[in-house]
Write a protein that binds this ligand. Structure first.
Ligand code: PBG
Length: 336
C-alpha cells in the first residue's frame, strides 16, 4: 500500500503549507509595517549649523533649528507622516520651577514655528513636561521632595497652550500627573484650539530604559540618583494601566501612548482589547540603543532585529510607533 494513504500517521493540518513561499507568507501575514506607522523623535538644541552626537544614543543627533530642517527633508522624502520634537535646553535656563517652558520664544516654540512653516504637511508632536527645563530633572513642580500634582498641571496646561499657539499639531503630555488631560483639553478648547490633538502618555512606566534620552535632553545630570517612581507607573502592574488609560479617555485623550514598547507588549494588547482608541507605542531610547550597539558589534543584524521588534509592537496592537530608527526602516520599506 502506498504510504501516502496511511490514515492517522501524518497530520492533515500542516501549518507549514502556507509558509512554503515568500508570496504565500506575504498573503497570510497578520501584521505589517508601513511607513505610515512611523514617527521619528528628534532633539533640538540652540546654535547655528550645529549637529551634536549623543554618545549613549548612537546615530541620533541634536540639531539646531537650521540643521533640523535639513534632517526633516529626509523625513519628507521618505513620507514618514510625523515627527516628535524634544528640546535640549541650555543649562543657564534650567531653574527650580522650569519657567523657561512658558517662554513663548523658547527653543521649542521657535523650532515648532520654523518646522511648520517649512513642512506644513508633516505632523508635529510636542512633549508637554518640565524635565528639560527644571534644574532637578523632574517633569513637574517640586515641593518638599514630592512632585506637586495640581500645581504642575497649571503649568503644563499653560505649556500646552503656548505650544499649540506656536503651531504644534499634537500635544503630548508625558508627565503622568493625575487629571492633566481634562485640564489641558478644557484650556485648549477655551482658547481656540479645539482641533489640537491630545496624545496622552497614558501608561508610562518608571523605566530604566530612558537613560539615553535623558542624556539627549540633558536631564540625567540634573536628575542624578533620584527617580520618577512617585508619578510614572510601577512596571510590576498592568491592571493599573487600564485605569490610567480609561481615565485619560474620559478626560478627552484622542490617542494613548504606551511606553516603553517591547518589554510592555502585554500592556498594549490588554489596552487594545479593552478600548477603541488608537494606541501609539514608544520604542524608547534604551531599547533602540541596545539594538544599534549590538548591531555595531555584529552580535545581531540591526536592521532585521529593528524590523522584527517593530512588527512585534504592531502585532501586539499598536497603530503607530515612535522609533529612533524610523529613517533606517523607512529606507528599507521603500526598497522592498
Ligand atoms: C520626559 C520624557 C522621557 C521620555 C520621553 N519624554 C524621559 C523620562 O520620563 O525621564 C523618554 C523617551 C526615551 O527614552 O526615548 N517627559
Amino acid at each position: 500500500m502506498n504510504k501516502r494513504f496511511t490514515i492517522g500517521k501524518f497530520p492533515r493540518t500542516r501549518l507549514r503549507r502556507n509558509r512554503q513561499f515568500p508570496w504565500s507568507r506575504n498573503l497570510i501575514s497578520e501584521s505589517n509595517l508601513s511607513v505610515n506607522d512611523l514617527i521619528l523623535p528628534l532633539f533640538v538644541t540652540e546654535g547655528k549649523k550645529t549637529i551634536e552626537n549623543i554618545s549613549s544614543l548612537p546615530s541620533i543627533k541634536r540639531y539646531s533649528i537650521d540643521t533640523i530642517l535639513t534632517k526633516i527633508e529626509e523625513v519628507k522624502d521618505l513620507k514618514i507622516p510625523a515627527i516628535a520634537i524634544f528640546p535640549h535646553i541650555e543649562k543657564r535656563l534650567k531653574t527650580f520651577d522650569g519657567k523657561e517652558a512658558l517662554n513663548k520664544n523658547n527653543l521649542i516654540c521657535r523650532a515648532i514655528k520654523e518646522i511648520k512653516k517649512n513642512f506644513p504637511d508633516i505632523g508635529l508632536i510636542c512633549d508637554v513636561a518640565l524635565d528639560p527645563y527644571t534644574n532637578h530633572g523632574h517633569d513637574g513642580i517640586l515641593k518638599k521632595n514630592y512632585i506637586a500634582n495640581d500645581e504642575t498641571i497649571e503649568v503644563l496646561s499653560e505649556q500646552a497652550i503656548i505650544q499649540a499657539e506656536a503651531g504644534a499639531d499634537i500635544i503630548a503630555p508625558s508627565d503622568m500627573m493625575d487629571g492633566r488631560i481634562g485640564v489641558i483639553r478644557d484650556r485648549l478648547d477655551n482658547e481656540g484650539f479645539n482641533n489640537t490633538i491630545i496624545l496622552s502618555y497614558a501608561a508610562k512606566f518608571a523605566s530604566n530604559f530612558y537613560g539615553p534620552f535623558r542624556d539627549a535632553v540633558g536631564s540625567s545630570k540634573t536628575l542624578g540618583k533620584t527617580d520618577k517612581k512617585t508619578y510614572q507607573m510601577d512596571y510590576k502592574n498592568s491592571d493599573e494601566a487600564i485605569r490610567e488609560v480609561s481615565m485619560d479617555i474620559n478626560e478627552g485623550a484622542d490617542i494613548v501612548m504606551i511606553k516603553p514598547a517591547l518589554p510592555y507588549l502585554d500592556v498594549i494588547t490588554k489596552i487594545k482589547e479593552k478600548f477603541n482608541i488608537p494606541i501609539f507605542a514608544y520604542q524608547v531610547s534604551g531599547e533602540f540603543s541596545m539594538l544599534k550597539f549590538s548591531g555595531e558589534k555584529k552580535i545581531i543584524d540591526y536592521e532585521k532585529c529593528l524590523y522584527e521588534s517593530l512588527i512585534a509592537i504592531k502585532r501586539s496592537g499598536a497603530s503607530a510607533i515612535f522609533c529612533y530608527g524610523a529613517i533606517d526602516i523607512a529606507k528599507n520599506l521603500k526598497n522592498e
